[in-house]
Design a protein around this ligand. Structure first.
Ligand SMILES: [Zn+2]
Length: 357
């Protein structure tokens, strides 16, 4: 088993970490940040295995520590994650799910946070001598979900961690952590993955077809987590429906078509559907503009719709496209504020069609 082998790409960061490990200089507090889905959780998990293995070529995958770490049951590895109150008793189930594939996005509910009680528990556990006499690792996933109270309490843990302890935080939003926390950690920023890295991983880990993998690796913007979301079996049919509608609206805005669109979104409460409509439309608009500017098909992300993208790029003037993009960006920015979805979508569709609502 290669050290840090469970982390896709990120070769430079891995090299630094392995070097620190060989020198016996892994920092006591580590902050792993970067975009969602590029491997923040994966790196934290792999580092914990590395630090725990009891053999000379870690992680061997076979010693007592490695086997327990793989199952999320190592007594000297503590995992904190933002769970809603009702799920707190099922922490181990969540951890096992996360360890099975750390790249899969986890649907933490918006209200779930890491509380002061979690941090007190961490403090208590970390002060106990390691059960196996080696290192002790605490991982805080989505550390930005620590409440202000929790962050305050955590600062004290960071001030004087025991010599055997390593605390690893992961978060796509380090700016939501107290500056005093960030400054006490060694920071590792993970960049986006290349589409080849994403392709390679999906080929080995999913049953998706070559065409799907090709498309997803382009659409995922360097995030393996996003790639997994896109491979969800409901996603492609929905994307197709939304893009069919969007292209027809771009080509012409006849009454029949508007009526169809109205029916599709009438009284809708389906935020996911609206979100897919907006994000896929935005992605296509991007492709159209890029094609107008470069005349290169190679840069088109939505490759399965490239003929229509070229066709619309020839049809629509750049200022019109710019206008659509700014309307859409405005609508997308409202989406997070729980708006009336129907009004939001209709306004976009009718402005696209050049009519007033
Ligand atoms: Zn081992």
């Amino acid at each position: 088993m290669n050290a840090l082998a469970g982390v896709v790409g990120q070769e430079f960061r891995k090299k630094i970490i392995l070097r620190m490990y060989e020198m016996g200089k892994v920092p006591p507090a580590i902050l792993i940040c970067g975009s969602e889905g590029v491997g923040l959780r994966a790196l934290a998990v792999e580092m914990s295995k590395l630090l725990m293995c009891e053999r000379d070529t870690p992680p061997c995958g076979d010693c007592r520590s490695c086997r327990l770490a793989l199952r999320g049951e190592h007594p000297d590895i503590l995992y904190l994650l933002p769970l809603p109150a009702a799920e707190r008793g099922k922490r181990l189930d969540w951890v096992k799910q996360l360890l099975a594939n750390p790249y899969l996005p986890i649907a933490f509910t918006a209200s779930a946070s890491i509380t002061i009680d979690d941090i007190r528990f961490l403090e208590e556990q970390i002060q106990l001598t390691p059960a196996f006499g080696g290192n002790k690792v605490a991982i805080i996933f989505d550390a930005h979900r620590m409440t202000a109270e929790a962050q305050n309490a955590f600062l004290k843990t960071l001030e004087e961690p025991p010599s055997y302890a390593h605390i690893i935080l992961t978060t796509p939003y380090p700016d939501r952590l107290f500056e005093t926390i960030v400054s006490r950690t060694q920071r590792f920023f993970l960049g986006r993955l290349s589409s080849n890295e994403i392709k390679g991983y999906l080929e080995s880990r999913t049953g998706a077809t070559e065409a799907e993998i090709e498309l997803v690796s382009r659409l995922s913007e360097g995030s393996l987590g996003r790639a997994f979301l896109l491979l969800d079996k409901e996603y492609f049919p929905t994307r197709k429906r939304m893009l069919d509608l969007f292209f027809s609206l771009l080509r012409s805005a006849e009454d029949d078509l508007l009526l169809d669109a109205v029916q599709l979104f009438q009284n809708t409460r389906d935020k996911r559907l609206v979100s897919i409509f907006f994000t896929t439309s935005r992605s296509v608009l991007n492709d159209i503009v890029l094609y107008q500017r470069t005349r290169e098909m190679e840069f088109i992300v939505n490759i399965d719709r490239k003929d229509e993208i070229v066709e619309v790029a020839r049809l629509l003037p750049p200022d019109k496209l710019e206008e659509y993009i700014s309307i859409l960006d405005e609508k997308m920015s409202f989406l997070e504020r729980n708006p009336n979805l129907e009004v939001l979508v209709f306004d976009f569709i009718f402005r696209l069609a050049g009519r007033e609502l």
